[in-house]
Design a protein around this ligand. Structure first.
Ligand SMILES: Nc1ncnc2c1ncn2[C@@H]1O[C@H](COP(=O)(O)OP(=O)(O)OP(=O)(O)O)[C@@H](O)[C@H]1O
Ligand SMILES: [Mg+2]
Length: 359
């Protein structure tokens, strides 16, 4: 994964902020954006590591005319993608999204860029400006449901239609929201507040080990997120807090299951249809798709040693990594999913007309 290989490359950068910067979760949560300038001052090698285009040719940028052209080409039927812009160049997509941005433009999907840093400071200014009645799919850093709600309202007040509601975002983003709907497919979980007595919370559970995360992320540092005794859970929680800055929501203590290494796969469900990186998605993903009321989310499934396919987590599709999905495959899924929605709407409209006019 990009961030892991980068962390190996910069090795020597070891101050606390740099460690936090290396946490994929923090980059996804916008932590990196907030602290980017600090990093640039304190660790030049981070700059080289995280801005690969400073060593290679610059990313594709789009001029004002092109941006306007993109928007004008949008038929109003097609979803428009909204990406975070590069922190130092508002006409270019952030490095993390440049492949998707280019793949989308290559097949004629309209794209908007906005400065994530400005948005966090209360200023939302997409380029080109959103037009009324546009359907907007955000693809960017993870947001808390509260921040997502601000983004949702900012799109709505400009006349756009955000793809998901805040409730749908929360449903897939927060483990305790989707867990009760998928309980038999995923490791058993106890959800407690940050200040709970964790050992008491798992007393009586016959679990040999524990997997600890907050509502969104686990500990992705070398020591990992597992605890081999109830007493160790507090240590993992403290480390999550230290490396991520805060525990989001509360603490999820999960039964540790024996999983087959390298078998985890990410699937997406778009408008009720399960998509796989290659081939068909397994029946488990289809089953989940009938339970989760959200237009776009990811499903991580892994093979357990006992032969069952297990659900590890759901995520809102707008803020999910592609993992091993090539950008072009991911974007063609979005295009196909959208066409199906509009085809279904047209069919419904035709049926209504036949009923009304007796055609
Ligand atoms: N209950 C569990 N038992 C054993 N291993 C687990 C368990 N839950 C998660 N894991 C392992 O830890 C990895 C990370 O877990 P999870 O996806 O929940 O956290 P995350 O922070 O979202 O990580 P990522 O960003 O890699 O998706 C999983 O890919 C899986 O291999
Ligand atoms: Mg995960």
């Amino acid at each position: 994964m990009r961030l892991h290989s980068t962390s190996a490359a910069i090795g020597a950068a070891d101050d606390l902020y740099t460690q936090q910067w290396l946490q994929p979760a923090n980059r996804k949560n916008g932590f990196a954006s907030k602290h980017r300038l600090l990093h640039l001052r304190s660790a030049d090698r981070c700059l080289l590591a995280y801005r690969p285009h400073s060593l290679h040719p610059p990313p594709t940028t789009i001029g004002k005319r092109e941006l306007r052209h993109d928007s004008q080409e949008a038929t109003g039927r097609q979803v428009q993608l909204l990406f975070p812009s590069h922190p130092f160049d508002k006409s270019a997509a952030d490095d993390a999204y440049v492949d998707e941005f280019e793949a989308a433009r290559a097949i004629g999907i309209g794209c908007h860029l906005f400065s994530f840093e400005d948005f966090q400071a209360g200023d939302f200014k997409p380029r080109p400006a959103l037009r009324a009645h546009e359907h907007v799919l955000y693809r960017g850093w993870m947001l808390s449901p509260e921040s997502f709600s601000v983004l949702h309202d900012a799109i709505s007040t400009r006349g756009g239609f955000p793809m998901t509601t805040t409730a749908q975002y929360r449903l897939c983003h927060y483990l305790p929201s989707w867990y009760p709907l998928c309980v038999e497919f995923t490791p058993s979980t106890v959800v407690v507040p940050r200040d709970a007595d964790f050992a008491t919370a798992v007393a009586g559970k016959n679990w040999s080990k524990f997997f600890v995360k907050d509502y969104v992320k686990s500990l992705t540092t070398a020591q990992g997120s597992s605890a081999s005794s109830p007493e160790e859970i507090a240590t993992v929680v403290s480390l999550i807090e230290r490396f991520r800055g805060a525990v989001e929501g509360g603490v999820c203590i999960r039964e540790f299951e024996r999983l087959v290494p390298e078998t985890e796969e990410r699937y997406f469900v778009l408008n009720g249809k399960a998509y796989s990186r290659e081939g068909a998605a397994p029946p488990l993903v289809d089953t989940i798709s009938k339970r989760i009321d959200s237009p776009f989310y990811s499903v991580d499934a892994v093979l357990a040693e006992d032969g069952r396919l297990r659900l590890i987590e759901l995520g809102d599709g707008q803020v999910s990594d592609r993992k091993r999905w090539p950008a072009a495959r991911f974007i063609s899924m979005l295009a196909e999913g959208q066409q199906q929605v509009f085809a279904a709407r047209r069919k419904k409209q035709d049926a209504a007309n036949i009923g009304r006019f007796g055609l």
